[in-house]
Design a protein around this ligand. Structure first.
Ligand SMILES: *[C@@H]1O[C@H](CO)[C@@H](O)[C@H](O)[C@H]1NC(C)=O
Ligand SMILES: *[C@@H]1O[C@H](CO)[C@@H](O)[C@H](O)[C@H]1NC(C)=O
Ligand SMILES: *[C@@H]1O[C@H](CO)[C@@H](O)[C@H](O)[C@H]1NC(C)=O
Ligand SMILES: *[C@@H]1O[C@H](CO)[C@@H](O)[C@H](O)[C@H]1NC(C)=O
Ligand SMILES: *[C@@H]1O[C@H](CO)[C@@H](O)[C@H](O)[C@H]1NC(C)=O
Ligand SMILES: *[C@@H]1O[C@H](CO)[C@@H](O)[C@H](O)[C@H]1NC(C)=O
Ligand SMILES: *[C@@H]1O[C@H](CO)[C@@H](O)[C@H](O)[C@H]1NC(C)=O
Ligand SMILES: *[C@@H]1O[C@H](CO)[C@@H](O)[C@H](O)[C@H]1NC(C)=O
Ligand SMILES: *[C@@H]1O[C@H](CO)[C@@H](O)[C@H](O)[C@H]1NC(C)=O
Length: 718
């Protein structure tokens, strides 16, 4: 559909914030650069595939990555006897309430296979694509280009770059197809006639865990191979063979006849250059990556990719829930607006994936490209809160279905019922060996929260007939039922009945959200207890909605779960912690206490919660906070009726975003750290839509904002 038709179609429907107003706001925050960044690219992509560009619109000077959902690689297995296959890995037995339980922790007797399982498979950077400035090209640097300008139009997902070289201008458009792993590049320049070409280079992976912002190396050329086949004056295929991983790059171009050749036999760099007799100023190129040899003879044209990209992104911003803060007469509102728009663009581009997103998205290979399932909740919640359910459903509940069998095996091996979800997880559902990975538990109730979001959406479907709503609701209940059942079975079996209190305890051993306490003494961590109670409530309700019998164990455990730990009138990290507000080592990292009333609709004592929030403000080392901490604190303050404090947290100097909206990792994690973006969106959605029970409360915005804020399409948060 043409964009104008889309606008015509949507305009009469949009009662609240018009499509034109939305476009203005989105484009107001289009990113403009005049030099490459050393830390973040500008990206075009589709959630499953992304291209990171430097100032040239390509990867000429900065080898930013091209990452995908499907591109993974294994290094060869260790050869040390007894450690030559994943099956040899034994993990470790730890005491768990008077019995030994096997955990997927690195075994000191098996260092090689333990490491191998953590580092493999890892995501691969598919290629580097850049300008070749002719013979002597290697000496050309970014400083040799003049008049560098660049604009990323988020309304269209199109990056426009221009510069001058040899006194001649070069104009570049870069975009990615919304559905295919195809990059479109159009180049306009008279230099195409005098030797300006495009290079393609192919890297070898590394074992780096945080190789931000670049991925792979280009000088280990003897370890992998590439094969070029030029099928016509306008098409070629390059096959890249990396040990047992093989994939294909299909190139198609229109404009000049051009030839592609290998720089040297010892190199994996190929150069596409127009024939000298060609007089064209215009080269249109598409590069399609695929794990299987291409079967299509005609790649999508650049113009069709540009058009589909524009349609996808404009439709996204035109139909999502929307917040307009630009009339608010305070500068903070503009900053928040910029963060909302850029976060929505980057969260979609990096996290709307068919597999769970990774913390560094499709920018780099953080944590070897694996996914942390406790973070799946944060990564995917924005799609529910901004009414983008088709993006939400790309990986849900599919991911949990895919990992169900391996998670049931994990639980069974440890003597529990149901499915125990892993933390740092590979695409095959294997849990990467690690002490924290094996003992963290807050990923467990995550699917219950996500399922509940989809259920609420179905129940509130607007403009649909009653029978249609009933049909959709029944389908949602059914599609999540098995996941919910197995998740809750574990949750009812895992807590330990404390004989002296008659209540069910969580841990030890366990790691809490903050990952900084001794797992052998951490018992009844506050956030986990609250999440367990919330999750079991959802599971029980889910069965009731389907008129199914609720397993008695779920009700028993839910009713007798230990109380949230309170000491000296405040919630504390875990039961029995000593002097937590006065010690350096217990007043930093994720403040789980804020999560029970921030992220979760906790049944809390509001006075205790207020004192807790005040204690955090006075004592917490926020300079070492990261990720969703600020959003969680903000949501906690919202529920406590202090929206001014909420905005203060969202604009805290440590909760930083760069010029292009990338979430800065800070002192703890590399940049970008996408849970920041996701959590910001979840927090502002709560300001915009309120939450269950907030009706009648005046304003979820700071004083003086309310009358100027326009919002559209938000449902109350849980
Ligand atoms: C890597 O190895 C694991 C374990 O053998 C296997 O399950 C997986 O499919 C392999 N992945 C790739 C990309 O080769
Ligand atoms: C926790 O207990 C296990 C044995 O169950 C032991 O190997 C480990 O060192 C202990 N960790 C700490 C931090 O005390
Ligand atoms: C290009 O840059 C030069 C030197 O920086 C400047 O003098 C000139 O006006 C610029 N030209 C354009 C078209 O922006
Ligand atoms: C740029 O100018 C240099 C020096 O005149 C010349 O050698 C080179 O071929 C030119 N490059 C292009 C792409 O026109
Ligand atoms: C590749 O480059 C890196 C970083 O410059 C260097 O450490 C490594 O030894 C090089 N490898 C080869 C095979 O040249
Ligand atoms: C290249 O694409 C542009 C934009 O879609 C189009 O206007 C132009 O005609 C195309 N040129 C060629 C040679 O295909
Ligand atoms: C049972 O609970 C009591 C009081 O909270 C606590 O002191 C004790 O350590 C718990 N027992 C076990 C085995 O964790
Ligand atoms: C559950 O039972 C109620 C009352 O008997 C009925 O109205 C409803 O349709 C049933 N729901 C399902 C999902 O079977
Ligand atoms: C509670 O207060 C007492 C007395 O001031 C102190 O010893 C204790 O450490 C405090 N507990 C916490 C968790 O701060």
């Amino acid at each position: 559909m043409h964009l104008l038709c889309l606008l015509a179609l949507l305009s009469p429907l949009a009662e609240g914030i018009s499509v034109e107003r939305r476009r203005q706001i989105v484009q107001e925050f289009n990113v403009r650069r005049s030099a490459s960044s050393d830390t973040t690219p500008l990206q075009v992509g589709n959630g499953n595939f992304a291209f990171g560009a430097d100032i040239t619109g390509l990867q000429t000077f900065k080898p930013y990555a091209i990452l995908s959902t499907w591109g993974w690689h294994n290094f060869s297995l260790p050869t040390t006897p007894g450690q030559t296959s994943p099956e040899d890995f034994t993990g470790l037995d730890w005491w768990t309430h008077d019995r030994l339980v096997n955990y997927e922790q690195p075994n000191p007797a098996q260092p090689e296979i333990s490491n191998w399982l953590r580092e493999n498979p890892h995501r691969i950077n598919l290629a580097r694509i850049g300008f070749d400035f002719g013979p002597g090209s290697f000496q050309v640097t970014e400083d040799d280009l003049q008049n560098k300008t660049q604009e990323l139009d988020m309304w269209a997902g199109i990056l426009t770059s221009s510069f001058r070289y040899n006194d001649t201008s070069v104009q570049v458009l870069t975009a990615v197809d919304p559905d295919l792993d195809s990059i479109a590049i159009t180049i306009d320049s008279a230099l195409l006639r005098t030797g300006l070409g495009i290079f393609f280079d192919f890297p070898y992976p590394t074992k780096d865990k945080f190789n931000a912002p670049f991925v792979g190396v280009f000088n280990e050329t003897s370890k992998h191979s590439t094969i070029l086949e030029q099928s016509s004056p306008h098409a070629a295929q390059i096959t890249h063979i990396l040990d047992s991983t093989t994939y294909y790059a299909n190139l198609a171009w229109s404009g000049p006849d051009a030839t592609i050749s290998r720089l040297a036999a010892s190199s994996h760099r190929y150069i596409l250059a127009a024939s000298p007799e060609s007089h064209s100023h215009n080269l249109n190129l598409t590069i399609t990556f695929s794990p299987t040899p291409s079967t299509f003879t005609s790649s999508p044209s650049t113009s069709s990719i540009l058009a589909s990209s524009a349609l996808f992104w404009s439709k996204l911003f035109a139909t999502s829930s929307f917040i307009d803060l630009l009339s608010v007469p305070f500068p903070q509102a503009r900053t928040l607006q910029r963060r909302i728009i850029q976060s929505l663009y980057l969260t979609t581009l990096n996290s709307a994936s068919a597999l769970p997103p990774q913390e560094s998205g499709l920018v780099n290979n953080g944590w070897h490209g694996k996914f942390h399932l406790e973070m799946t909740l944060w990564h995917l919640l924005p799609f529910a809160r901004f009414n983008l359910f088709p993006l939400f459903s790309r990986s849900l509940p599919r991911t949990y279905e895919k990992f169900l069998e391996s998670s049931k095996e994990r639980a069974k091996k440890q003597g529990y019922k149901g499915a125990r979800w892993g933390k740092m997880t590979s695409p095959e559902g294997k849990s990467a060996p690690g002490e924290i990975n094996a003992l963290l538990i807050w990923q467990q109730p995550g699917p219950l929260y996500l399922a509940e979001m989809e259920y609420r959406h179905a129940v509130h479907l607007e403009g649909e007939k009653e029978e249609e709503v009933a049909r959709v609701v029944a389908a949602v209940l059914k599609k999540w039922d098995r996941i919910i059942h197995e998740t809750a079975e574990f949750m009812a079996d895992f807590p330990y009945l404390n004989q002296s209190t008659g209540l069910y305890d969580l841990g030890p051993p366990m790691y809490s959200v903050s990952e900084n306490t001794n797992p052998n003494v951490t018992r009844n961590a506050v956030f986990e207890l609250a999440f367990w109670g919330f999750g079991l409530d959802v599971a029980i309700e889910w069965k009731a909605r389907q008129n199914q019998t609720v397993p008695v164990s779920w009700i028993e455990v839910k009713d007798k779960l230990a109380a949230l730990p309170v000491q000296n009138g405040t919630y504390v990290s875990y039961e029995g912690i000593e002097g937590m507000w006065t010690r350096q080592e217990t007043t930093f990292d994720h403040p789980g206490m804020a999560g029970i009333y921030g992220l979760l609709p906790g049944h809390v004592d509001k006075e205790v919660m207020k004192r807790t929030a005040d204690k955090v403000r006075e004592n917490w080392r926020l300079e070492e906070s990261y990720g969703w901490d600020f959003a969680m604190l903000a949501m906690n303050e919202l529920r406590l009726g202090r929206p001014d404090r909420a905005v203060e947290y969202l604009l805290h100097p440590v909760f930083a975003f760069d010029d292009a909206g990338y979430p800065v990792g800070g002192s703890r994690v590399p940049t970008p750290y996408f849970p920041n973006s996701a959590s910001l969106l979840v927090a502002v959605a709560m300001m915009a839509g309120g939450w269950d029970g907030s009706e009648g409360m005046k304003g979820h915005w700071p004083a003086g904002w309310e009358e100027f804020v326009e919002v559209e399409g938000f449902e109350p948060a849980l």
